[in-house]
Ligand binder design. Structure first.
Ligand code: PMP
Length: 444
């Protein structure tokens, strides 16, 4: 009661609004994929603090690296040469393909996207930015313009120059295209592929062309895309969509920005970055969340050419490149490699998707199972024929039951109709079996 009184009185009211459960969970402690509440109840964490705790809660090696750095040096700003900053930037750059080698360290995903937006405008001399419907790119004044989900926006604060093109959502969008997903499971929707060419892709690219014609007639500064939409509910795109979209954007004078805030650091399993799954090379990559395993840090990585355009005025960030953050970042990259977490995302994620597809075939209210690696969405519907989104009360009931049986999952999608599974990347197939039994029971 005392804690809830503080929450209601002293913490910004939106926090209470987004408290997930009717009976809130008081998290007290964590270890790897497990969390414990104040009463000592254990939960399997399949949401990782919104896809953030990449290598596991209080991962022993990351914790040890932080402890070591905390005793040595906390902060100098990056105007001084210091080892953690340089070690980290060299290590992070080694995870990115050429020519993406120039790093700007920031503190949050919003800040990273804000900076990427500015870079795109300065480099191209153009102003207009295109993103997808259903996207989420941040909550700062500028990034609110990029974000399309209206529940996260204040129109008065939204920056101008951002247009939202139709999201190639093959389940909820009008054009189907299940075969086009690089995914181990099929959707209930029949694909309208013709000789291996997905018509859905053509339709969505047509929409992008229309966006140019209608809203951005001449030149564009940038095109932002999450390789798999996160808050939008694990929405993937037809295989060739990004290749064609990038070409179109570049023809119009713009640069292409991959928002890897949720999909980066091996989460999609087959690749370290989500964009690699589509065979494209962005001009700017933004990253946050998993980069610090819960420590507040983020980054923008770009090419020397774009960095050169962005060097005319001083760009300074007090905490970006903080010594402790850099020590965390290095330890996270080590843990991903040493613990084989990208491979684990592929292995456990494929198993989870395959088993979830069986539950989808069994339950009328599971409409779609999609995603890649451990970036998975389960879209709930009233029935498979209408594909109408399951209502908030039924969603809440399942959600609360799953929690009461010891598993935490997330929610997303335009109508709040998609359960999100984005756990620490260290979960096992035994954890998946536990979750599936709980989920099956909750849906029953
Ligand atoms: N981009 C994406 C894809 C995100 O999911 C988020 C946060 N949910 C952001 C950007 C913004 O990150 P932050 O909350 O760290 O500002």
């Amino acid at each position: 009661e005392h804690i809830m009184a503080i929450r209601n009185k002293n913490i910004n009211p939106m926090t209470s609004k987004i408290t997930y459960y009717k009976k809130p969970v008081f998290i007290h402690q964590g270890h790897m994929q497990w969390l414990w509440d104040m009463d000592g109840r254990r939960y399997l964490d399949l949401f990782a603090g919104v896809a953030t705790v990449a290598v596991g809660h209080c991962h022993p090696k990351v914790t040890a690296a932080v402890e070591k750095q905390l005793k040595k040096l906390w902060h100098t700003t990056n105007i001084y040469v210091n080892a953690p900053l340089h070690e980290y930037c060299e290590k992070l750059a080694s995870h990115l393909p050429d020519p993406l080698k120039v790093i700007y360290l920031t503190n949050s995903g919003s800040e990273a996207n804000d900076l990427a937006m500015l870079m795109a405008r300065i480099h191209t001399g153009n102003y207009d930015i295109i993103t997808f419907r259903g996207s989420y790119h941040g909550g700062s004044q500028q990034t609110m313009g990029l974000t399309s989900q209206s529940s996260y926006k204040y129109p008065i604060a939204t920056s101008s120059g951002c247009t939202h093109t139709m999201c190639p959502d093959v389940f909820r969008g009008p054009w189907g295209g299940s075969h086009c997903r690089d995914s181990p499971v099929q959707t209930i929707r029949q694909c309208s592929c013709v000789q291996g060419q997905c018509m859905a892709n053509e339709h969505y690219i047509g929409q992008l062309k229309e966006t140019f014609a209608a809203s951005v007639p001449s030149r564009v500064a940038g095109f932002f895309g999450e390789p798999i939409q996160g808050m939008g509910g694990a929405v993937q795109y037809p295989k060739n969509y990004f290749k064609e979209a990038y070409k179109l954007v570049r023809e119009k004078g713009g640069v292409c920005i991959a928002d890897e805030v949720q999909t980066g650091f091996g989460r999609t399993g087959t690749h370290f970055w989500g964009f690699q799954g589509y065979g494209v090379l962005p001009d700017i990559v933004t990253m946050a969340k998993g980069i610090g395993n819960g420590f507040p840090m983020a980054a923008v990585v770009t090419t020397p050419e774009i960095a050169a355009s962005f060097a005319k005025a001083y760009h300074f960030n007090t905490f970006g490149g903080n010594s402790v953050a850099c020590a965390v970042g290095s330890a996270v990259l080590n843990a991903i490699r040493e613990d084989g977490l990208q491979q684990n995302c592929h292995h456990v994620g494929t198993y989870l998707m395959t088993e979830l597809a069986k539950l989808r075939d069994k339950h009328e209210i599971i409409g779609d199972v999609r995603g890649k690696g451990l970036q998975i969405g389960v879209e709930m519907v009233k029935d498979k024929a209408s594909r109408e989104p399951l209502g908030p009360e039924a969603m809440m009931e399942i959600f609360e039951d799953v929690k009461d049986m010891g598993v935490l999952i997330g929610k997303g999608g335009l109508y709040g109709q998609t359960f999100r599974i984005q756990p620490p990347m260290c979960i096992t197939t035994a954890d998946v079996d536990f979750f599936l039994a709980v989920f099956d029971k909750a849906i029953h």
